[in-house]
Structures are given as C-alpha cells and as structure tokens.
Design a binder for this molecule. Sequence first.
Ligand SMILES: [Zn+2]
Length: 293
Amino acid sequence: MLRLKLKPLFLIVLSLVAIAIAVVAGVPKAEALQAALSPANPLLGDTVTVWIATKQTTKTPPSVTINQKQYPAFLVAPNRWRAFIPTTPLDRVGDRQVRVVAEGLEQMLTLRLLDRDFPTQSIWLDEKAAALDVSDYEYERVSAFKQLATPQKFWRGAFLRPNDGPVTTGFGVRRYYNGVFANDYYHRGVDYAGDEGSAVIAPAPGQVRLVGTVAQGFQLHGNTIGVDHGQGVASIFIHLSRINVREGDFVQAGQVIGAVGSTGAATGPHLHWGLYVNGESIDPVPWREQGLQ
Ligand SMILES: [Zn+2]
C-alpha cells in the first residue's frame, strides 16, 4: 500500500526537478535588447537620451515610442543608436513607458519624470501690447524650422554661450498675464542681456535654415536666425539688430552670426536663445554644461 501511494508522488517530484534543471540549464531565454535611458529620472525640461545597442547595423533604425508617439533614432557608432526624448515644463510629472523595438525584439523602459520648480513672473500688458501677436507668416516659417529632422549630426561636444551678457531670464519661467496664470506658457529659451549690437555667436556647428526679418513680417520674433544642428536639434535666435548669415550657410561654433537688438516684441536689447529637440523647447543648460552626444 505504502509503495503504491509513494510512487506517483515520486514521479511528480522527479518531473519538477527535471523542469527546474531545464530552466536553469538554459532552454533558450528571450534575448534582451540593450536599451537604456539617460537620465532615467529626468526633471521637467531635461532632454532624455535613449541608447540602443543592436547586434548588427541594420538599415532600419530602432523604433522608440511613448504612447504611439515616435522619436527618431540615429546611428551614432557601429551597432549603437541614440534617440532624444524632450521634456518640458508643461509635461505631466510621473512614469511613462518608453517602447524600444529593434531587430524584432522589444524592450520597455520606465521614464520617471520628476517635478521641478520654475520661477514665475507677473506681466501686466495694456490692450495694445496684448494684441501684438505672431503673424501667420512667421508662425509657419518658425514651425517648419522647429520640425526639421536632418539625418546628419553637425554639433559636437558642449554648446557655447551665444552672448557674453548676463542671463536675465532662464529657461522655463512661468507667467501670470494680468493676474491670470498662463497654462500654456513657459519661457522657451534663455535671455542674455547683451548690449545692443553685441555679438551673437553660434553655440554649436550647424546649417542656417531660417532667416526672418521684421520687414518680411516677423513682428513678434523680430529679426531671427535659426540654426539646424542636425538630428532634430535646432537653435533659434530672436530680437536681433543684425544678421550676418544667409539661409544655407554652414556655421562653426563661435562664429559671429548676428548682433543683439530689440526688434519684434522686446522691451529692451537682449538675445533670446531657444534650443529645440524634436520640436520642443528644452533646457539648454545640460547641453551647455555637459553636452549631449
Ligand atoms: Zn526670452
């Protein structure tokens, strides 16, 4: 009786041991993609780098998405890809899943976006100033510029300061207009209080892809230069008094491209520099201090 009872139990134990051995000894595991976020816990306004290592350099770039929104990935070294995810002060704080697909493999990465306090300003506008708006012409040209995603990479290393003047308004400052908090507004760049006529230099190499003037209808931005640094990274310089470059020119880091002014909607001479990644204005400070590859 005892023997008969033990036998089935023995067989069950034996098969469990066999399964355990098979698992440990490596019945083929799903191969993992080598993707990582840097930083994984960014603050509002940071640019997140997605690094992806593939087995082979395929012609098809990896796909990087958050809720179906695609972020272009570029080859930066053999079998090594990089995509940028811009974050802004308007983004919702918290976790989101970044889906990376390459060579038929998928990896989910958790991006934990952390809160950051931005200073606030109160602006009181009279009716005339409140009515000053972007013209359709400048809106369309500036929007098209911000959407550029040139496959080449022109920049290298950390970005330079584009003007010697002190920073008067940093990135991300939020505003109250006539006492009402502007939900969609944040300061999309950095202001330098350089003297009228002082040099504006290219902070990094790139191609001039936008030149707009007051005469053409740039009533809000004033005289404007847009430099494409490649791969979805672009600088815009506004309120200029002088423009030294033409569309199509390639510029080097440190090259004088124009001069500080107060054209467009500016209360006094200053340079506004906006740095855009995949169409969003991000904090240029990490790009200035550490540089992004
Ligand atoms: Zn500004």
